[in-house]
Design a protein around this ligand. Structure first.
Ligand code: SAH
Length: 406
């Protein structure tokens, strides 16, 4: 923990209001006074216009989000005991999931949604994966690890950094690549865990995110509920999560499409790992390696049809200026999906672009379907799984449309 005196901040009235309302980010543009430049992870204290304590958090001096508040209202020391209390509250919030023996892969700490802006922690069985999104956390990692140890006694912890932290030359070498503490992991070794009783493996060192897309758990479960007897196409499949879920729900056939060969190999492995499940065993699984747009187009041209099409692409818009292009890409994918989806078939289309609003995304999907001469009857529009509390609007990235296409 930092022993330097706190950096005092005074901010604009609008920023004061936002913080009081619980938004933990202090943008550089809203700072009116800063007592000293400080270094990443110094404690930052915001005082209100009457010079009273408003909030305390971690300073990030070189970033547009200049400080991330952890304590708002009444002052509290930010130390290991504080972090442990936050982790304990986060576990409490997920009590049902934490104690569910059939689901052992879940998000334990969801950044702002759990009062720990800039950090997430996922649990895969008895391995934790902590991902650091800002250098401000670096001086506090020992405290966080001790807090996690105290609450969960994990067998190992994998520490990962977001791209911008890993690329920063000032980031300590051991945080530039994922590091494993505790029980070592062999290169390529996956960590087995359960999702609604199905077997999966997370790859927290080589894989995307923290090794698996936990945020889609509830959506996978919905697909499982709707797949009985059907032919399912899972586009942008990664390691085949939606395919296995559909198979467990009684799908006749599941096709996983991705451009990444290793992801498809893992999808195959996931089917093998669930061989004991009679419905998974009874489902024919095939994989297609290639560009999703081209594969869909070729299938449509060849007259292939499917009863369910799941489309879960990577983020198309990380910045606001990319939102329009992202919507075009979503529309194109909907059109291509309509080319293979039977009348009355189910479209499940997701967007994880934080810069695309839900309403705009849903409208784009409807527009594209209409252009293809199809009418969509919406079943539901969903978001993240329950262990991903959003906290602030900026974190509301995942949305998915479930709709029948007539
Ligand atoms: N649905 C998955 C997560 C999908 S992540 C799950 O539930 O786990 C997005 C995937 O899209 C990645 O696996 C990436 O390899 C793949 N991808 C990105 N661009 C692609 C493209 N143009 N064509 C095919 N796959 C692509």
């Amino acid at each position: 923990m930092s022993t330097a005196p706190a950096v005092a901040l005074r901010v604009t009235p609008a920023a004061e209001r936002a913080i009081r309302d619980g938004h933990p980010w202090v943008f550089e543009g809203s700072i009116r006074e800063q007592s000293r430049p400080g270094t990443p992870g110094d404690i930052a204290v915001v005082f209100d216009r009457k010079n009273r304590f408003l909030a305390a958090g971690l300073l990030d001096p070189d970033r547009a989000i200049r400080a991330r508040m952890l304590v708002i209202g009444a002052p509290r020391t930010i130390d290991e005991a504080f972090l442990r209390a936050r982790v304990s509250e986060a576990l409490h919030r997920r009590q049902r999931l934490v104690s569910d023996p059939h689901t052992t892969g879940l998000r334990i700490v969801a950044g702002e949604g759990d009062g720990l802006s800039g950090i997430i922690v996922d649990r895969y069985d008895d391995t934790l994966v902590a991902k650091v999104y800002t250098r401000a956390w670096i001086p506090h990692l020992q405290g966080l690890l001790a807090a996690l140890d105290g609450e969960l006694a994990p067998r190992r912890v994998v520490l990962r950094s977001s791209r911008n932290v890993a690329a920063d030359p000032n980031t300590p070498a051991e945080l530039r690549d994922p590091t494993v503490r505790g029980d070592p992991l062999e290169p390529g070794e996956g960590i087995p865990f359960l999702e609604h009783g199905l077997h999966f493996e997370a790859h927290p060192v080589e894989g995307h995110k923290t090794g698996f897309y936990l945020d889609q758990r509830d959506n996978r479960h919905r697909v499982r509920d709707l797949a009985r007897g059907l032919d399912v196409l899972n586009v942008f499949s990664y390691s085949g999560g939606f395919s296995v879920a559909a198979a467990a729900g009684g799908a006749r056939r599941a096709t996983s499409v991705d451009m990444a060969g290793p992801a498809l190999a893992q999808a195959r492995r996931h089917f093998q790992m669930n061989e004991a499940h009679p419905q998974v065993r009874g489902c024919a699984h095939d994989v297609v390696e290639g560009d999703a747009f081209q594969v869909l187009d070729a299938m449509g041209t060849a007259g292939e049809t499917r009863d369910v099409v799941v489309i879960d692409p990577p983020s198309f818009a990380k910045e606001a200026k990319q939102a329009a292009g992202a919507l075009k890409a979503y529309e194109r994918l909907t059109e291509l999906a309509m080319g293979v989806l039977v009348r009355g078939g189910l479209l499940v289309q997701a967007s994880c672009s934080s810069r695309v609003e839900t309403d705009d995304f849903v409208a784009a999907v409807h527009r594209a379907a209409a252009r293809s001469g199809r009418r969509l009857a919406e079943v539901e529009v969903t978001g993240h799984a329950q262990d991903h509390p959003v906290g602030i609007p900026e974190n509301q990235y995942l949305k998915a449309v479930f709709a029948r296409a007539f």
